[in-house]
Design a protein around this ligand. Structure first.
Ligand code: 5GP
Length: 194
C-alpha cells in the first residue's frame, strides 16, 4: 500500500534494526484518513471471507481495527492487556510475550463478545515474532470461533511471525512488509505503486 510505505519512510523512526517507531500516524498520534484507507485495503481483501467480527489487542490495533469494522459492517472487540474490575463476567484469557515490553502478560476478552461459530478477522498494528497474533488466535479458538485470517498493518518480514502463522495454516494479509531496518532506513519486500 503505497501511502503506508510513504508514511513509514517519511514519518517512521527506525529505533534499531529491530524496532520501528510510528508514533506520528499509528501508535500515538493517529492519522484518521490513513486508517480509513488501511481499512479499505482490509475490506477489499477480506470482503468475501464471511467475517462476522474483528478482534484486536490494545492499544495499537484499535484504530485500524475500528475503521475496518466500520467498512465491513461488523462489531469489533479488543483484548485487554491488564485486569479491570469491570471485566467481571465470563472471560477468556491467553498468555502473550510482548516484543516491545519483553515481558509476558495475560490478554483477556469477555466471552459474550466472542461467540462460538463466529468468523473472526484478527487485526494488529505490527507482526514481529507472532506472539500477539497466536495469543489472539488462542482466544478465538477457546471461544469456539474460527480465525478467518490476519490483517497486519506493518509486518517485519525479517522476523518469524508471518512464517509461523502460514505454517499453522492461517491466512496473513500485510499492508506493508518491511524487509529490513538496517542503516536507519526501512526497506520493503515489494515495491508498490498504488
Ligand atoms: P509480536 O507479538 O508479533 O512479536 O509483536 C507484535 C506486537 O508487538 C504488536 O502488537 C506491536 O504492538 C508490538 N511491536 C512489535 N514490533 C514492533 C515495532 O517494531 N514497533 C512498534 N511500535 N511495535 C512493535
Amino acid at each position: 500500500m503505497k501511502r503506508l510505505h510513504d508514511m513509514i519512510n517519511q514519518e517512521g523512526i527506525v529505533l534499531s534494526d529491530q524496532v520501528l517507531k510510528v508514533d506520528a500516524f499509528l501508535n500515538h498520534q493517529v492519522d484518521p484518513t490513513l486508517m480509513w484507507e488501511i481499512a479499505y485495503e482490509f475490506m477489499d481483501r477480506f470482503q468475501d471471507a464471511g467475517i462476522t467480527r474483528i478482534l484486536t489487542i490494545e492499544a495499537g490495533g484499535i484504530a485500524p481495527a475500528m475503521m475496518t469494522a466500520l467498512r465491513l459492517g461488523v462489531p469489533m472487540v479488543y483484548a485487554r492487556k491488564t485486569k479491570s474490575v469491570t471485566l467481571n463476567e465470563g472471560t477468556i484469557s491467553a498468555e502473550v510475550f510482548s516484543f516491545t515490553k519483553q515481558q509476558t502478560s495475560t490478554i483477556t476478552v469477555a466471552e459474550k463478545y466472542l461467540q462460538p461459530g463466529e468468523r473472526v478477522l484478527i487485526i494488529d498494528d505490527f507482526l514481529a515474532n507472532g506472539e500477539a497474533a497466536f495469543g489472539l488466535a488462542r482466544l478465538v479458538e477457546q471461544a469456539g470461533a474460527e480465525v478467518a485470517g490476519f490483517g497486519i498493518v506493518i509486518e517485519k518480514s525479517f522476523q518469524p511471525g508471518r512464517q509461523k502463522l502460514i505454517e499453522a495454516g492461517f491466512r496473513v494479509e500485510s499492508l506493508a512488509r518491511v524487509e529490513s531496518l538496517k542503516d536507519g532506513k526501512a526497506t520493503f519486500v515489494d515495491s508498490v505503486t498504488v
